[in-house]
Design a protein around this ligand. Structure first.
Ligand code: FAD
Length: 385
């Protein structure tokens, strides 16, 4: 059996690693010559960590991951703590800890685990064709690749999605802009072992530790789509959006490097239940594009990879049957994640300000129990115990 994997991001590399582990021949085709991940870092929640453990990257991941022992929300003007609690009950409940990691390092780990030299870069798929017993991907350099099945891990702008669904999907603007990057840890901004989030005015500023004594930071601001982006004014823009916010936030803005700070207009796609067609499977953001509000997009791609490899390995009624089983196992799960993230997004970013204000009030009463139990439920919905 030969699988063609389109896309060498988180989903594509995880799928290729997973299939290879079961002895399935794989070939990975990536559009760009060099992968430059959008975004500085990513939080891998225990459901994603378990997938990477399962795929043989347990030790490598630990070396990259930050230690996030506590979680805290802070009120935006004075920086007073609204709630602070240990993440330990979550770890005890689900059996694994979360790891925030720098994206470039995650991408390197995945490519090295699969075999960097085995990925064909500069191969952008334009369209796919299926026959009774094979599937062919055509690239924009005029070449093609044929296999027994094709895994479309070509991201949120997937060109293969439309072939699978039979219609074009639209990305939906979620209403806010996210700036993210990495800075050296400075404990006058936030403790080194804590996920700290300042909230107010429907905005947020968040810091998570990653390895190498660095914070992954992000700023979210509800804004119209399509504002001019100018790297030269990142700091001025953030100072304006966060005027009157507490001293640690001002200090963070002073520390960021505008050259390496990403600006992303956040989108998702209405969930759909069809993830496969014949010998083609959508995996990762091509199959479920979510806002990052529960940090589960990449984790879901890892879950997809594990489930897909397992159904191909454990079933013997043919590829199309196995892919339908993959769809059956994944469609509700990923729909749930997209909708949960959308709901969280709206509350966090002031879609209805009264609801967001109530959330701020609730945070002042929060012991950690409610937040952690919501996170546990999401995590335990993953495929691995
Ligand atoms: P991608 O990472 O987009 O990879 C797709 C790959 O396919 C790319 O390398 C691309 O070049 C290639 N490609 C595209 N088109 C073609 C083509 N035609 N032919 C060949 N190759 C092609 N997730 C989490 O789990 N935790 C988080 O904390 C988190 N934070 C996030 C923060 C932000 C600001 C954003 C925007 C997202 C976040 N996510 C997070 C989501 C996560 O980044 C995505 O879900 C994940 O990257 C999806 O992986 P993927 O492989 O499906 O897609």
């Amino acid at each position: 059996m030969k699988a063609i994997v389109i896309g060498g991001g988180i989903g594509g590399t995880c799928a290729a690693i997973a299939l290879k582990r079961f002895g399935i021949e794989t070939a990975v085709y990536e559009a760009v010559k060099e992968i430059k991940p959008v975004g500085a870092a990513i939080s891998i929640w225990p459901n994603g960590v378990k997938c990477l453990n399962y795929l043989g990257m347990k030790d490598a991941l630990r070396a990259l991951g930050g230690q996030m022992r506590f979680m805290a929300y802070k009120e935006y003007q004075q920086g007073q703590t609204m709630t602070r609690f240990s993440m330990d009950p979550l770890i005890q409940s689900v059996g694994e800890q979360p790891y925030p990691v720098a994206r470039a390092e995650l991408q390197s780990m995945l490519l090295d685990t699969y075999g960097r030299d085995e990925v064909q870069f500069g191969k952008r798929v334009t369209h796919v064709e299926e026959s009774a017993d094979s599937v062919t991907a055509w690239f924009d350099d005029g070449t093609s690749a044929t296999g027994d099945l094709l895994i479309a891990a070509d991201g949120t702008h997937s060109v293969i999605r439309q072939h699978v669904l039979g219609y074009a999907t639209e990305r939906r603007y979620a209403g806010y802009v996210n700036w993210n990057g990495l800075v050296d840890i400075d404990e006058s901004i936030a403790p080194a072992d804590q996920w700290t989030t300042f909230v107010g005015e429907g905005k947020r500023v968040s810091l998570m530790p990653v390895s190498g004594n660095r914070f992954y930071f992000f700023f979210d601001v509800p804004l119209p789509k399509g504002l001019a982006e100018d790297r030269a004014t990142v700091r001025e823009d953030l100072l304006r959006y966060f005027a009157g916010w507490a001293e640690p936030v001002q200090k963070l803005i002073g520390m960021i490097n505008p050259e390496t700070t990403n600006r992303v207009e956040i989108h998702d796609i209405d969930p759909f239940m069809q993830l496969v067609k014949g010998r083609i499977a959508l995996l990762g953001d091509s199959g479920h594009s979510t806002t990052p509000d529960i940090g589960q997009g990449g984790c879901a791609a890892m879950e997809d990879a594990v489930v897909l490899a397992n159904v191909l390995q454990t079933n013997s009624l043919g590829i199309e049957d196995a892919l339908l089983r993959y769809q059956e196992k994944r469609a509700y799960r990923v729909k749930d994640l997209v909708l949960k993230a959308r709901k969280r997004c709206d509350v966090t970013h002031g879609k209805e300000m009264a609801v967001t204000e109530q959330w701020y009030e609730d945070l002042k009463q929060e012991t950690g129990e409610r937040i952690l139990s919501g996170m546990c439920e999401t995590i335990l919905g993953g495929p691995l115990e």
